[in-house]
Design a protein around this ligand. Structure first.
Ligand code: ZN
Ligand code: CA
Length: 378
């Protein structure tokens, strides 16, 4: 089945068409409609959930199902996200020497439309050629770029898959992400007391001094090989003649080891609370598990399938950890086994974002090989 030639022209057409539909987070409706039309034409069953409400956007997650045409194969899913990190309404695509990029004034949107187009093209080839396959679902999400919110809101009652593949990291095609950190965020309000700074400063409590006391004693930056921590922003204060009554600090900690991230957050919490106590103020701290980390090995089924599919088409790709999260973190935490798979997008989140047409085609090839591997698991 992987001998079926990928038609580069229509693949490029599909990819660039998706890129040209402006779809920043919360405004994915147009691209969702396009993809629905594409998949409806191929005969997939389409279901939307109610994620738009939860994320405050104009579009829901889309769950598309291609029923099996053979019995006994595992049910799998492929996933990509509709939203791009920023808008690109004036996208000017340049295709030259096998490279697709922009004119440098906007993102391309290849993150994640490279992943999505590989999945859609593979499904088109499977349907057109009536290739043997088990049940395949597409979990296509909104609002990935603003905190994996679509995946968090995904209605799991629509999902009926044994395991899957999240197409949302860069080349080499078929790279498997084996480990991501657990990521906690902290929202800290330090509350002091206002007073006239010239007349009666002794009646005030400076939230700025409280913050300074806490942060100056804090372990930050690179904590160890697995762990990082950062104060990202600090806001507060109005005028030089007022003892600052309130400061808001935003911070984060990440670690490949969950105990370590929790220890780091506890360390930071303790210093804020201690400083508040010393100054007679208050610390109100909200801790949010932004996402749960995971560790995968060659023994995990989705990883095995990708590795076998790669060798089936004569490709090799690394297995590596990463410092960031993706929808896979949410899926795994919610009980849907999966792994992140390398697709064609490069220099993401920049105006130099590009893809190689060869990589797009390889990504389709890999997708077909995965489908073939899974079909052989009967
Ligand atoms: Zn992405
Ligand atoms: Ca991204």
């Amino acid at each position: 089945m992987t001998e079926i030639a990928i038609q580069n022209d229509r693949l490029v057409e599909l990819f660039t068409t998706l890129c040209r539909i402006n779809s920043p987070p919360r405004e994915e409706r147009a691209v969702v409609e396009y993809v629905k039309g594409f998949l409806r034409g191929l005969g997939l069953e389409l279901r939307e959930d109610n994620a738009a409400h939860a994320v405050g956007g104009n579009a829901n997650n889309l769950v598309a199902t291609l029923p099996a045409n053979i019995a006994g194969a595992p049910r799998i899913f492929f996933s990509a996200h509709f939203d791009t990190v920023e808008p690109n309404p004036n996208l000017n695509i340049i295709i030259q020497d096998g490279v697709i990029r922009t004119d440098g004034t906007s993102i391309l949107g290849a993150d994640d439309k490279a992943g999505m187009s590989a999945i859609l093209e593979a499904i088109r080839i499977v349907v057109e050629n009536n290739l043997p396959h088990g049940q395949i679902q597409l979990l296509l999400t909104v609002c990935e770029e603003i905190g994996l919110r679509g995946a968090r809101a995904l209605d799991l009652s629509l999902v009926d898959s044994d395991f899957g593949f999240v197409y949302d990291t860069g080349p080499p095609i078929g790279t498997v992400i084996t480990q991501t950190p657990t990521h906690d965020t902290m929202h800290v309000r330090l509350i002091g007391k206002p007073a006239h700074a010239g007349v009666e400063p002794e009646k005030g409590i400076s939230a700025i001094q409280m913050a300074a006391r806490a942060i100056s004693q804090m372990k930050l930056g690179r904590i160890d090989a697995e762990t990082t921590a950062n104060i990202g922003s600090i806001r507060g204060g109005q005028a030089t003649n007022v003892v600052c009554p309130e400061v808001v600090v935003a911070a984060e900690a990440r670690s490949l080891n969950r105990q370590k991230v929790e220890a780091q957050v506890a360390h930071m919490t303790q210093l804020f609370e201690q400083a508040a106590q010393e100054f007679g103020g208050q610390a109100i701290i909200e801790i949010d598990r932004h996402y749960e980390g995971y560790t995968l090995t060659e023994n995990d089924l989705p990883v095995q399938v990708v590795r076998r599919a790669l060798s089936r088409i004569g490709l090799d790709a690394p297995m590596r950890p990463t410092g960031g999260g993706s929808d896979a973190n949410i899926f795994i935490a919610r009980g849907l086994p999966c792994c992140v798979v390398g697709t064609a997008h490069q220099k993401i989140h920049t105006h130099e974002e590009f893809v190689l047409i060869d990589d797009l085609a390889r990504s389709v090839d890999l997708t077909l090989a995965i489908i073939q591997e899974v079909a052989a698991m009967r």
